[in-house]
Design a protein around this ligand. Structure first.
Ligand code: CP
Length: 307
């Protein structure tokens, strides 16, 4: 099986550092990297909607000199005729050199990786993992805060189904003395396999609260998330919970002057647009960092070294 990235833990802390260094170097000198993927093809297989992740991968490959191909919905693929993920990836292995795949089912990327001849990057599998969003988040924190150790990180919104939250927690617990405050309605609290099996088992310090206002002053970083309509079984629950948190100017007055606000995007109502120009709002910069770290990841998985 080629090297695949299914979870952020598929990369060591040292490899993450190396990726972030490469991404920083690409930002400084993009020209140096602009032909590193000449003749290579990236397939983007998206069985679920996306704006950022798919186009960020495509932009990354194009800026490295490579080409892209793929589909952006299950409806436009032979999945509608009953083709399995395993068969789809065997076919793609004949066409492309590397593949980014998103699928609504947890574990789909693992199934693909087991049958693939080319590196598979999990671009989101259901409520499970989204490792390149985590790389994006880490890159943003590193660039804007300079370190991971000793941070107090607030995570707010849908902590139950939020795959970006689950992946980022897994990545951050590997650093020294990172504390978490989880802010959610009780229906959207962290799943047990994160709370008990990861945090409690590893003696990570954390609290679970429902009121955002009560904890804003303690945070170095606030990771806001959307309540995801597509993960709910009934519309009534979604409607009841969707506007549970709205980060606005008044709430930002309670936060420290250096508290970063991150969001994987898309946002709906959970961050008022009135704070978009607040210097602490980093979610659009985050999108840009995401493209550079994906460039670094493509180079690594295809084993291309640039002097
Ligand atoms: N952050 C993220 O995964 O966005 P998309 O769903 O638009 O790819």
């Amino acid at each position: 099986m080629p090297r695949c990235i299914l979870s952020p833990l598929d990369l060591t802390v040292e490899e993450l550092d190396e990726l972030m260094d490469t991404a920083m170097d690409i930002m400084k000198d993009p020209e140096k990297y602009s032909h590193t993927m000449d003749g290579k093809v990236l397939a983007t297989l998206f069985f679920e909607p996306s704006t950022r992740t798919r186009l960020s991968f495509e932009a990354a490959m194009l800026r490295l000199g490579g080409k892209t191909m793929g589909f952006h919905s299950a409806d436009s693929s032979s999945a509608t005729k009953g083709e399995t993920v395993a068969d789809t990836i065997r076919v793609m292995s004949q066409f492309a050199d590397i593949c980014a795949m998103r699928h609504p089912k947890e574990g789909a990327a693992l199934v693909a990786a087991e049958k693939s001849d080319i590196p598979i990057i999990n671009a989101g599998d259901g409520g499970h993992q989204h490792p390149t969003q985590t790389l994006t988040d880490l890159m943003t924190i590193k660039a804007l805060k300079g370190h991971f150790d000793n941070l107090t990180v607030g995570m707010c919104g849908d902590l139950k189904f939020g795959r970006t939250v689950h992946s980022l927690i897994r990545a951050l617990v590997r650093y020294e003395n990172v504390k978490f405050i989880f802010i959610s309605p009780k229906e959207l609290m962290l799943p047990g396999y994160i709370r008990d099996d990861l945090l409690i088992r590893n003696n990570v310090e954390f609290r679970e609260v429902t009121k955002l206002e009560d904890v804003l002053s303690e945070l170095d970083l606030l990771y806001m998330t959307r309540v995801q309509r597509e993960r709910f079984f009934n519309e009534e629950d979604y409607v009841r919970l969707k506007d549970f948190y709205i980060l606005d100017r008044k709430k930002m007055e309670l936060a420290g002057k250096d508290m970063l606000v991150l969001h994987p995007l898309p946002r709906v109502n959970e961050i008022a647009t009135e704070i978009d120009d607040d210097p602490r709002a980093a979610y659009f910069k985050q999108v840009r960092y995401g493209m550079f770290i994906r460039m670094a990841l493509i180079l690594k998985l295809l084993d291309v070294k640039v002097k």
